[in-house]
Ligand binder design. Structure first.
Ligand code: PEP
Ligand code: MN
Length: 347
């Protein structure tokens, strides 16, 4: 739309787009409003749209993903996680953030202990799995709703928004009641029904890259969420399968500048699942930050040998704290800064 367009003209264009059978998505940038018309290709009357009041130009977005594309939203998106019972944490643009915690919520005591340690170390969002996607059906599968209750109480007490994995469409409603943000695991990146379902909520979604997904596949998965009206997608590079077998997965640092060029969405790295071994986590995290990530999601445990899940890759709390100091320095070089923990709501 033209820079000084009236709200009336915007409403008129939105109405027209909807009458043509498309969904209208508004993106208000610093300089102009862009209205995305999303639907099945072919049937949009571009000439008619171009003739409407306030329309500067009609541009077809050639990329297969539209709302995820920088063509639709030029500036970096800044996504807020939390609000309500916990302070809001920003991620994207100049705001970097660290999500940390155990792989799985094993019991209330360990969760509370780790949460305090990662908060003191510089994390602003608490992670923890209540429903775990395990390679073996005989491995620990998570404590389910009980774990969500512990997470919620712990997040509220410390003033940390929480993030937990959703594996199935049937869990969305339950998890939405407790969590501040969803995590879609690598194995579910192309579970399209699940993507659509979390897209219908208004809670941010950390979308892990699939083990064998291209950046384009990944952005198309983000598009599924965005197409349902949920603007809060945070991409997460967690490593892909390559022929290399000395590590668990290969963290594809290249995907960070590539995704950032193609998309306005924030992107974080998960060095824990890529490395599979704690020794490699700090170096991989640093590389991801230097490549332009907006932060990291890191697994931490005070007694990794006792962890029920992913112990070998969990950082000890003191190593995590040291790493956060380094990530903060790298962020500064690239004009970003890590958000600080705010006091709990009502404290
Ligand atoms: C996790 O974060 O604990 C997890 C299972 O991650 P991913 O889906 O990347 O393997
Ligand atoms: Mn894990």
């Amino acid at each position: 739309m033209n820079p000084e367009v009236s709200q009336e003209s915007i409403d008129r264009v939105v109405e027209t787009i909807e009458r043509m059978g498309f969904k209208a998505h508004l993106s208000r940038g610093q300089f102009r409003t862009v209205i995305g018309a999303v639907g099945e290709e072919g049937s949009l009357d571009q000439n008619h749209l171009a003739s409407l009041d306030g329309v500067e130009k009609v541009v077809p977005i050639m990329k297969p993903y539209k709302l995820a594309s920088r063509d639709f939203h030029e500036e970096d998106s800044v996504i807020e996680v939390g609000g309500g019972s916990v302070p809001k944490v920003k991620i994207g643009g100049e705001f970097a953030t660290c999500i940390a915690g155990p792989c799985a919520v094993e019991n209330e005591e360990m969760l509370n202990k780790i949460a305090r340690l990662v908060r003191a170390g510089g994390a602003t969002i608490l992670r923890g799995g209540a429903f775990k996607p395990r390679t073996s059906p005989y491995s620990f599968q998570g404590h389910g709703e009980q774990a969500l209750k512990w997470m919620r109480a712990c997040g509220d007490e410390l003033g940390m928004p929480i993030c937990t994995e959703v594996m199935d469409t049937r869990q969305v409603e339950l998890i939405e009641r407790y969590t501040d943000s969803f995590q879609i695991g690598a194995r579910n990146m192309q579970n399209f029904d699940l993507l659509r379902e979390v897209g219908k909520t208004r809670k941010p979604v950390v979308l892990k890259r699939g083990l064998a997904a291209t950046v384009k596949d990944w952005l198309l998965s983000a598009e599924y969420v965005l197409s349902q009206g949920n603007r809060g997608v945070i991409l997460c590079e967690r490593g892909i399968k390559t022929f290399e077998d000395s590590i668990r997965y290969s963290l594809d640092v290249t995907s960070i500048p590539v995704a950032r060029q193609l998309s306005h969405l924030p992107i974080i790295i998960d060095p824990s699942h890529a490395a599979g071994k704690r020794d490699f986590v700090p170096a991989i995290a640093a590389a991801g930050m230097a490549a332009g990530a907006h932060g990291a999601i890191i697994e931490v445990h005070y007694c990794p040998s006792e962890a029920q899940c992913d112990g070998p890759q969990a950082l000890l709390p003191e190593v995590f704290t040291e790493l956060m100091g380094q990530l903060r320095q790298i962020a500064t070089i690239f004009n970003k800064h890590f958000t600080k923990s705010a006091a709990p709501v009502g404290a």
